[in-house]
Structure formats: structure tokens, C-alpha cells
Design a protein around this ligand. Structure first.
Ligand code: ZN
Ligand code: ZN
Length: 145
């Protein structure tokens, strides 16, 4: 979540190019948070929120690390302001975690039988071909899937 902004925030150069997309994602996020979730299981109600958070981090990550379209300063600014998840992005830089959906899916304590979530198991190693993990609704985020 972005921290509360004060008037003193100085927006780095290039901000105006990425602001519309970030604002749009933030609006979507607010919508998802305010959704009444009627008749949904509690965990399912959180899925859209994880999904949008992921999208937002991925957007900032790609701009800097893949497309090289924003400056280091602007990139750091986005992380500092909470527009992207620094911890999740740190994982994406590691081999095997390039497509990781969310940090919860690799928390050993959250999973009863295995050390990672079912969505981290490569498609060819699992019996079910179509899955949705309970944490974030991820349909599989192992590298190479
Ligand atoms: Zn996943
Ligand atoms: Zn998962």
C-alpha cells in the first residue's frame, strides 16, 4: 500500500508517464477491497487484491529491469512509495522465482504438507493440470510453465 503522501513528495522525472497506469491499478485495488464478497469464501475474496498487487509490482519491475524505460531514481521512488513490492521483486530476480505470484505461496508455515504452495509445482510434476491455489488463486507460477 502506498504510504500517505505529504505535499513534500518530490516526484522524479518520468513520473507523469507511469502515473496513469499506477493510478488505474490503485483504483482497481480500492474497488477490490471494497467489494462486498457476497457468497465467496474468505480466501477467494482476497484473490483479486493479490492479483492487482502482483500486476502493479510487475509493471514497475518490467519498466526498470526489462524495458529500461524508467530511471533508477523513479524505480526506487515507486518501491519507497509502495507502488511495487520490494520483497516480491527481489524474488523475481532469483532463478526459479521469475513468475512467483505472491510471497505467501513460498512461506513454509502456510502449507501443511509441502514446503511450498501447489502453484509452485511445475505443471509436468503435478497430477491436476488446472489448479487454483487457496492463497491468491494462482494457477501456477513455476518457471517454465
Ligand atoms: Zn503461485
Ligand atoms: Zn499459491
Amino acid at each position: 500500500m502506498p504510504k500517505v503522501k505529504t505535499n513534500r513528495v518530490k516526484y522524479p522525472e518520468g513520473w507523469e508517464l507511469i502515473e496513469p497506469t499506477l493510478r488505474e491499478l490503485q483504483a482497481k485495488m480500492r474497488e477490490a477491497e471494497n467489494d462486498p464478497h457476497d457468497g465467496q469464501r474468505k480466501c477467494e475474496a482476497l484473490w483479486p487484491i493479490f492479483k492487482i498487487a502482483h500486476q502493479q509490482s510487475r509493471y514497475v519491475f518490467d519498466l526498470y529491469h526489462r524495458r529500461h524505460e524508467i530511471s533508477r531514481e523513479l524505480y526506487e521512488f515507486c518501491l519507497d512509495q509502495g507502488y511495487a513490492d520490494r520483497n516480491l521483486i527481489a524474488k523475481w530476480k532469483k532463478p526459479g522465482y521469475e513468475r512467483l505470484c505472491c510471497l505467501r505461496c513460498i512461506q513454509p508455515r502456510d502449507h501443511n504438507f509441502q514446503t511450498t504452495c501447489v502453484c509452485r509445482v511445475p505443471k509436468h510434476l503435478r497430477e491436476e493440470k488446472v489448479i487454483e491455489c487457496v492463497h491468491c488463486g494462482c494457477g501456477g507460477c513455476a518457471s517454465g510453465d
